[in-house]
Design a protein around this ligand. Structure first.
Ligand code: C2E
Ligand code: MG
Ligand code: MG
Ligand code: MG
Length: 288
């Protein structure tokens, strides 16, 4: 064991490890400048109902790095969390999303659209998280019901009582709470009943397997009926094929997100894309 530890310590001075450390510090510093350099961008991914009507979008952050190009969140959100930058970045996401909700509120056929933002554990655990969200929404002047906050089971389970208290306050203020990646965590069904979520998002992994594993299809069915019983909306994440969509419809799923309906895209593209979808004004031609 001592030998192992010793080797690990030595590895720190290994030139390849050194390079990794340098790269990490470079990345950390670059991340610190990303907001002022306007390198962050929100991509929007459509959520639709059974008829293909747009319900809203999930906002997904992207980082346009000077030399490294477009960096996905999985490659920098963990670093942002470890280096205490996630609060600042999360605030940028929240503001940008609220501004977009506001812009749609003034647009015909866009007023009803919601925007979902991903909240990180560090953000959520701030003692003044609820105030921050409320003040931001109020300052920008949006209907809180249009803002969906995506939380995960793991971040709620860190401190259940604190989480429930915050969630209740957010609900009382009119915000919409979504349980992201449902099925990947450990939470028991009894917990779920206590957590005041408006919506459950069934994780992509279940959607992928549901079409060829009847046990997983049954699990999806259970989650959907449980959602109905608890008065929660259910949305299927990561729907990629027509076959998955049809199965989900049979299982009584009412809301969908995934590449089948649209990939995440910059707002300009998303606005154009919205024009190609059915909306209430074109409903008659759509049905005909
Ligand atoms: P998530 O919230 O579960 O978001 C869904 C992820 O699945 C997104 O990846 C999306 O692009 C991808 N996806 C959507 N439909 C499909 C599909 O049909 N097939 C496949 N294979 N993938 C699909 P993305 O954008 O890379 O984001 C990854 C994760 O990063 C998100 O998972 C979320 O946890 C986190 N994230 C994204 N934006 C933010 C943010 O603004 N703040 C924080 N804290 N986390 C974020
Ligand atoms: Mg999400
Ligand atoms: Mg998700
Ligand atoms: Mg996911």
């Amino acid at each position: 064991e001592a030998k192992k530890a010793g080797r690990n310590t030595l590895r720190f001075f290994d030139p390849t490890m050194q390079k990794t450390l340098e790269e990490r510090v470079d990345m950390e510093n670059a991340l610190r400048q990303a907001i002022s350099k306007q390198q962050f961008q929100l991509f929007y991914q459509i959520q639709v109902d059974t008829q293909g009507y747009p319900l809203g979008a999930e906002a997904l952050i992207r980082w346009r790095h000077d030399s490294m190009g477009m960096i996905p969140p999985s490659d920098f959100i963990p670093l942002a969390e470890e280096t205490n930058q996630i609060e600042t970045i999360g605030q940028w996401v929240l503001e940008t999303a609220c501004l977009q909700v506001k812009a749609w509120a003034d647009c015909p056929f866009r007023q009803h659209l919601t925007i979902a933002v991903n909240v990180s554990a560090q953000q959520f655990k701030q003692h003044n998280f609820v105030d921050i969200v409320q003040k931001t929404a109020e300052r920008i002047g949006i209907d809180p019901a249009k803002l969906k906050l995506e939380l995960t089971e793991s971040m709620v389970l860190i401190n259940v009582e604190d989480a429930i208290a915050k969630m209740k306050r957010l609900r009382a203020l009119g915000f919409y709470l979504s349980l992201d990646d449902f099925g990947t965590g450990y939470s028991s069904l009894s917990y779920l009943k206590r957590l005041p979520f408006n919506q459950i998002k069934i994780d992509r992994s279940f959607i992928v397997s549901a079409t060829f594993d009847s046990n997983d299809a049954f699990l999806v069915h259970i989650v959907i009926s449980m959602g109905q019983k608890f008065g929660m909306d259910v949305v299927a994440e990561g729907v990629e094929t027509q076959e998955q969509f049809e199965l989900l419809e049979i299982l009584d799923c009412k809301a969908f997100q995934g590449y089948l309906f649209g990939k995440p895209m910059p707002i300009e593209d998303f606005e154009t894309f919205l024009l190609s979808l059915p909306n209430p004004s074109t409903a008659t031609t759509y049905i005909a």
